[in-house]
Design a protein around this ligand. Sequence first.
Ligand SMILES: [Fe+2]
Ligand SMILES: [Fe+2]
Length: 226
Amino acid sequence: MWVPAGVNIANRSMFATELKGDAVTEHIMTDQATPPRASFRSFQESTQDDWMLIMKQRGELEASLASRILEQFEHLRDDYGGFPVDRLEHSLQTATRAERDGRNDEYVLCALLHDLGDPLTPYNHPDVGAAILKPFVSEANHWMVEHHGIFQGYYFWHHLGMDRNTRDRYADSPHYALTEEFCSEYDSPAFDPGYDSNPLGHYEALIRQFFGTNPWTGRTVDNSDA
Ligand SMILES: [Fe+2]
Ligand SMILES: [Fe+2]
């Protein structure tokens, strides 16, 4: 591949490949197609102008958050891991059971995202969903998602030679009952292949609503078509 002097070959997205007969032509895309970048080599060198440039593009990251969360659910589809339903169906079934039981939107969102980290974090999966939700939900609901794995253990850890009562270490927590209830009522029963769960599309508006506000500034983030 021909690369002009001074162009970082790692930035392959800057190049377009054109095929004409047997000839292959690579050329640089227009500057308009490549968002501007800061030029510092270390944070120590960075300037206020650099950070203004970066923060301008951060808005696009915030606007696409809801879409990227929706995409992440696709990693749960067809991922069974030996369970009777795939991880997407388990997530949808947990949320649907909570919704049909009259839980509020924030609770349903937590139910939906509680296992989103499964494919990336087999050793500490509750931490991922909890971390994503933390700026957007109450301390109680965050604690519930963060600790649901240990509370779920009550229903099966004894089959694996582990202490099913490990949750007892949190007996003094003000969120113990909330988390115990989440697991007994919604999470642990959500493996029924015959249950009529809502599809992921049913929850798209909920996801866009909750992740459509910058939690630090309170500003609305337009994520409608991101
Ligand atoms: Fe889980
Ligand atoms: Fe779960």
